[in-house]
Design a protein around this ligand. Structure first.
Ligand code: GLA
Length: 507
């Protein structure tokens, strides 16, 4: 140990000196000489919970220190870009342009890398590494599909993905269902408990999709969730594989819809994922129609949630495939810029929201710890103003008082759940952004968000509100107090990234 310590010290002294630095660069340059990152690389990903093996195929081109290419897994294929510095590389996915998803080095003809905390070694791909080919199934012809009559107001509940990703199981769902009741979430309106990706097992000899060992008895779980006065949601893909690599419903749509109905499922999130490797964006509508119709045909009321990241102008045809909500954006992350990007991205979809069919800027991150309470209040306010589905994504078993007061603010929830079902649009942009939502009783909800880095004086003008009649009263929905809305409007200080949210009624 002693001599080892001394050797380490010598190396760090050497690295600290300019001669040492020069030698290190020389060694790195020699290692990199003649080697290129370009090529087709294959690696094993995680072992899936159904006994199968996730795979990565990385197709890279190198031009100087610029890398471009694609990454393909069982569940999706996406463009990547990146940089190479000698033998070191960083790759960014199209889904996360600001943060590298793979960082590593070329070492003795292998890519030795880290994907987050996971270690990965990629070798030059051989024919044996190619992903299995699936037969192409023609999308059906478009035809009218009966709606399911559900989701007259935006769906509310909880979903496992934002917090647990692949680490979700039966026991966790049960404790979460318990906590939905004991915390008051259920009574505040959050009734769906939704299992996202990674519950899937393999198909049996008759093609019936089974759950994996983490969910030993889905029917019993549904019974448990129902006994709590809650509803159970599940997840699948129109492709052969889900985004996490598990079996999807491709070619088994009607069969899976029947399985879900038999288990007692109340909600399906249907995620495009590997369907993107088979179909074009113009096939989205008929492919989603297939499952929309299959769900309605079971006779069991099941919410149909389309997850296709806003592709193919989904807001224009979502209701025609019996869709109740559809994603308008890529995946949310628990950070201010991601949350704001998502809400801004769906602003143009406002005319298409209404009872039964909603634009979905993705699930809530409130309480997951990487935004301030002011930012989470803004998150909740913007989701409510835009009549977005409210699917909590945090640990409802251990919420702080602040998180509870944000998620269960009844006055804000009432804005989201207003029966008129209008989606707010931003009427003023800039450092202070004003969103206005007309409500069923003739009043309006108005929110002003401070996008800036310091507190600002926000003023709401009567002319912003498009009210008929004169102002009768105004209420601050976060302070829970009535406020005076003078002739000239209302003005108050809003903290950085905070919000003022009022409900203004008129005579
Ligand atoms: C996609 C979806 C996410 C989540 C994951 C699961 O990324 O957009 O919401 O469902 O797949 O793999």
């Amino acid at each position: 140990m002693h001599s080892n310590g001394r050797r380490k010290k010598r190396i760090s002294v050497l690295a600290g000196s300019s001669v040492g630095l020069f030698l290190m660069f020389l060694i790195m340059a020699m290692q990199g000489h003649g080697q290129t990152l370009a090529g087709r690389w294959a690696a094993n990903g995680r072992a899936l919970d159904n006994g199968e093996q996730e795979k990565y195929l990385l197709e890279l081109k190198q031009d100087g220190n610029q890398l471009t290419g694609t990454v393909t897994t069982l569940g999706f294929s996406a463009a990547v870009t990146g940089t190479a510095t000698g033998t070191h590389f960083e790759l960014f996915g199209e889904w996360s342009p600001k943060r590298p998803f793979l960082v590593g080095d070329l070492v003795n003809g292998q890519l030795v890398a880290n994907q987050g905390r996971r270690h990965l070694v990629a070798n030059p791909a051989t024919a044996a590494d190619e992903l299995p080919k699936v037969p192409f199934i023609d999308p059906p012809a478009l035809h009218p599909v009966n709606g399911n009559g559900l989701a007259k107001t935006p769906p509310m509940g909880w979903n496992s993905w934002n917090l647990f990703a692949g680490k979700i199981d039966d026991a966790t769902v049960r404790t979460m269902a318990d906590a939905m009741v004991s915390s008051g979430m259920r009574d505040a309106g959050y009734v769906y408990v939704n299992i996202d990706d990674t519950w899937e097992g393999v198909r049996d000899a008759s093609g019936n999709l089974q759950s994996n060992h983490k969910f030993p008895d889905m029917k019993a779980l549904a019974d448990y969730v129902h006994s709590k006065g809650l509803k159970l949601g599940i997840y699948s893909s129109p492709g052969p594989r889900t985004c996490a690599g598990y079996p999807g419903s491709y070619g088994h749509e009607a069969q899976d819809a029947k399985t879900f109905a038999a288990w007692g499922i109340d909600y399906l999130k249907y995620d495009w994922c590997s369907a993107r490797m088979i179909y074009k964006d113009s096939d989205l509508q008929p492919v989603y129609q297939k499952m929309g119709e299959a769900l309605v045909s079971t006779g069991r009321p099941m919410i149909f949630s389309l997850c296709e990241y806003g592709l193919g102008s989904v807001e224009k045809w979502g209701p025609d495939v019996a869709g109740n909500l559809w994603r308008t954006t890529g995946d949310i992350r628990d950070e201010w810029s991601s949350m704001i990007d998502n809400i801004e991205l769906q602003a143009h979809t406002a005319p298409y929201a209404g009872p039964g069919h909603w634009n979905d800027p993705d699930m809530l991150e409130i309480g997951n710890g990487h935004m301030s309470d002011d930012e989470y209040r803004t998150h909740m306010s913007l989701w409510a103003l835009t009549a977005a589905p409210l699917l909590a994504g945090n640990d409802v078993r251990s919420m702080t008082d602040a998180t509870k007061s944000i998620l269960m603010n009844k006055e804000v929830i009432a804005i989201d759940q207003d029966p008129l079902g209008k989606q707010a649009s931003p009427v003023k942009k800039g450092e202070l952004e004003t969103w206005v939502k007309p409500l069923a009783d003739g009043s309006v909800a108005v929110g002003v968000v401070n996008m800036g880095a310091s507190a600002e004086q926000a003023s709401i003008q009567l002319s912003d509100l498009n009210l008929t009649g004169t102002v009768k009263g105004a209420r601050d929905l976060w302070a829970h107090t009535d406020v005076k809305f003078a002739v000239g409007g209302y003005s108050t200080s809003v903290p950085s990234h905070g919000v003022v949210l009022l409900r203004v009624t008129s005579n």
